[in-house]
Design a protein around this ligand. Structure first.
Ligand SMILES: Nc1ncnc2c1ncn2[C@@H]1O[C@H](COP(=O)(O)OP(=O)(O)O)[C@@H](O)[C@H]1O
Ligand SMILES: [Mg+2]
Length: 231
């Protein structure tokens, strides 16, 4: 057990572009504590999605280590990564990515069934739906719900298996300002309640008061931004 949910150590990523090399991430180092809500800002194309995909082991880095709760991922095999992705990482994307032919309850049960952890699934689902204000969506299909409601289901799905870390790539981008803020608030609420770490990539400067730490990704480097004092 580590104080940190996830540590990225000297992560670098580049793509070959003809004869030249396009460096996207250059020696990125960051440590994120359990229960810490982090935002990553940066211009379009700066590598934010690439960094999240590497942190979630959906994409491999050229160099560097990913350490989840003190456990180095580098020396594990593909099969172990798949299991870790499923059980220890929750993903939230810009568009909910719910399955169109499943109800809310079924979406959540599907991910619950994929892990070996024995939680009381029905109770768990009920609690999430109540916490996120979508009790009435339990039997609904995605097409019967609003964008904000679908994104709340996606939050419940990401937190369902009690992951160590939540990775959210512009989760508020498809919503208007007020609904986007509610989604960030819900993520914060679950992060604090479950003591889960979360990294949220965002463009929305108006929700930054909801996070604990802000980083900026630019020219391949990740830098911590000093937080403005809350008045
Ligand atoms: N498979 C790939 N091959 C080459 N270049 C890529 C590939 N995937 C992403 N890139 C480049 O990496 C850069 C960062 O992309 P991305 O992580 O999506 O940025 P962001 O999420 O910050 O907008 C972009 O310039 C993009 O063109
Ligand atoms: Mg992106």
């Amino acid at each position: 057990m580590s104080e940190y949910a996830i540590e990225l150590k000297n992560i670098s990523k580049s793509y070959k572009d003809g004869d030249s090399v396009n460096t996207i991430l250059s020696d990125i180092c960051v440590k994120i504590k359990k229960g810490e809500f982090v935002a990553i800002l940066g211009p379009s194309g700066s590598g934010k999605s690439t960094l999240l995909a590497i942190a979630g082991m959906l994409l491999s880095q050229n160099k560097g280590d990913i350490i989840i709760d003190g456990d180095n991922m580098t020396n594990k095999n593909q099969k172990e990564w798949t299991k870790i992705r499923r059980e220890r990482i929750g993903f939230i994307f810009q568009n909910h990515q719910l399955l169109p032919y499943l109800t809310t309850e079924e979406q959540l049960k599907l991910v619950a069934n994929m892990t070996s952890s024995k939680v009381n699934v029905n109770e768990e689902i009920e609690e999430f739906l109540k916490d996120l204000g979508i009790d009435d969506c339990r039997k609904k299909y995605p097409k019967q719900m609003s964008g904000g409601q679908k994104q709340r289901v996606a939050i419940a799905r990401a937190f369902m298996n009690k992951p160590d870390i939540i990775l959210a790539d512009e989760p508020t981008a498809s919503l208007d300002g007020a609904r986007g803020r509610q989604i960030a608030q819900m993520i914060r609420q679950e992060v604090k309640k479950k003591n889960t770490a979360a990294i949220m990539v965002t463009h929305d400067e108006r929700i930054l008061d909801l996070v604990d730490t802000i980083y900026r990704l630019e020219n391949g480097k990740l830098t911590k931004q000093e937080m403005k004092a809350v008045v």
